[in-house]
Design a protein around this ligand. Structure first.
Ligand code: ZN
Length: 335
C-alpha cells in the first residue's frame, strides 16, 4: 500500500500545499485532506504532524499554523509534512468522530486504515500512504474538544522495544509539557508507526473556546512544544532541556466522572490548576440539575493526586470525564 515516492518528492526549499482526494461525499463534494509540506534549506529528518483527528479539537491546528508561518526556511533542517485537518467530515459537523452510519467512526482507532473500508478507514489509509510511511518521527496533536477542557501533557506508548520506548519518551519530554503519560491507543496513528519502529507520540493540550488569556497560554505552550521537539530531532538549532515533569501510567490515572448529567460547577478552571496536588476527599466540583436547581452530586478526589485534566464550568453528560488525577503514590517526577 505504501506509495513509492511521497507527494513532496523533489520539493525544494519552501512551502507546498495540496489536497489528497479520498472519496466523493453524498453532497457531491470531494472529501480531500489538506497536506502542507515545509522544506528547509538543509537536509534533515521528515517530521510528520497530523491534527484534528477529532473534529472538534481545533486549537492545535491554529497554534501549528502560527508556528509554521514563523519558521525560517534558511535555518530549518529537513521538512515538516503536516495534515492540518485529518478528519474534515468530523470537523464539518463540529463533532469528534466521522458521522457515518456504521461502526469504526473514530479516526484515532482505525490506523493503518483500509482503502476499501468505510470513510473513516479510507481517511486513515490516505494518511498512512501519503504521510505515515514517509516520516522519521510523528505527532498526532490533540486538544480538548467542545466542553472547555484544560490539559497539558504528551501521551506515549511504552509497550515497545526499549530503544523505541526511550525515543518516544525523549520526544514526549522535549515538548516540555508538565505531564508525560504512558497511555496506549491501539489503532492510533502513533501506535501504528511505533509498530514500524518510528517514534511517535500524542500531545494533548488546551481545549476549545477557552477565552483569550487561556487560549494564548496554550497556543504559546504548543508552539514552544513544537520548537522543543524539532530541536530534539535536530531540525532547529538549540539544546533541549525538559522541565521537571510528572510521569504517570494508566495505573495511576484516576478519572472523576459524574454519574448524572447537569451543570458542572468546576473549582479548577485555570491552566495553573493543572499540576496541583489535590488531597483525597477534596471537592473538585458539583453537578447541578438545571431543571430542579438541586445539587445532584459532589465530585471529590478519590486519592491524593496531581490534577492533570480539568474543565470549565458548563454542561456535562453523565459518565463524561470531568476531572482526572495522577495518583501521587503511583507517579514519579522526571528531572
Ligand atoms: Zn482527540
Amino acid at each position: 500500500m505504501s506509495a513509492e515516492q511521497p507527494l513532496w518528492s523533489g520539493q525544494k526549499e519552501g512551502r507546498f500545499f495540496t489536497r489528497i482526494d479520498v472519496t466523493t461525499m453524498l453532497n457531491g463534494a470531494m472529501l480531500a485532506l489538506p497536506l502542507h509540506v515545509i522544506t528547509g534549506r538543509s537536509p534533515g529528518p521528515t517530521f510528520g504532524i497530523i491534527t484534528n483527528t477529532h473534529g472538534d479539537e481545533f486549537l492545535a491546528t491554529i497554534a501549528i499554523r502560527q508556528f509554521v508561518n514563523a519558521l525560517d526556511m534558511t535555518t530549518l533542517k529537513g521538512r515538516i509534512a503536516l495534515v492540518s485537518v485529518a478528519n474534515p467530515m468530523a470537523t464539518a459537523h463540529f463533532g469528534r468522530q466521522t458521522p457515518e452510519q456504521h461502526g469504526r467512526t473514530d479516526l484515532h482507532e482505525v490506523y493503518p486504515g483500509n482503502a476499501r473500508g468505510n470513510t473513516t478507514q479510507m481517511i486513515a489509509a490516505a494518511i498512512t500512504e501519503n504521510v505515515l510511511h514517509h516520516v522519521d518521527a510523528l505527532i498526532d496533536f490533540h486538544s480538548g474538544g467542545s466542553g472547555g477542557r484544560l490539559q497539558a501533557r504528551v501521551d506515549y506508548n511504552s509497550k515497545t522495544p526499549d530503544e523505541l520506548k526511550r525515543g518516544n519518551l525523549a520526544l514526549a519530554r522535549a515538548f516540555g509539557a508538565p505531564f508525560v503519560h504512558e497511555n496506549e491507543f491501539p489503532g492510533a496513528a502513533a501506535h501504528y508507526l511505533n509498530g514500524r519502529g518510528i517514534p511517535a507520540v500524542n500531545p494533548e493540550v488546551g481545549g476549545s473556546y477557552l477565552g483569550p488569556g487561556h487560549t494564548r497560554y496554550y497556543t504559546g505552550m504548543m508552539a514552544d512544544g513544537l520548537s522543543g521537539m524539532m530541536r530534539h530531532l535536530g531540525m532547529l538549532d538549540g539544546a533541549v532541556k525538559p522541565p521537571k515533569q510528572l510521569h504517570f501510567d494508566l495505573g495511576a490515572r484516576r478519572e472523576i466522572r459524574p454519574r448524572q448529567s447537569g451543570y458542572l460547577v468546576s473549582h479548577f478552571e485555570r491552566p495553573d490548576d493543572l499540576g496541583r496536588l489535590v488531597r483525597g476527599g477534596a471537592e473538585l466540583g458539583e453537578v447541578i440539575d438545571i431543571y430542579s436547581y438541586r445539587v445532584l452530586e459532589k465530585l471529590v478526589a478519590p486519592a491524593d493526586g496531581y490534577l492533570f485534566f480539568s474543565r470549565y464550568s458548563g454542561m456535562v453528560g453523565g459518565g463524561t470525564q470531568a476531572f482526572a488525577l495522577a495518583e501521587a503514590a503511583r507517579s514519579n517526577w522526571l528531572d
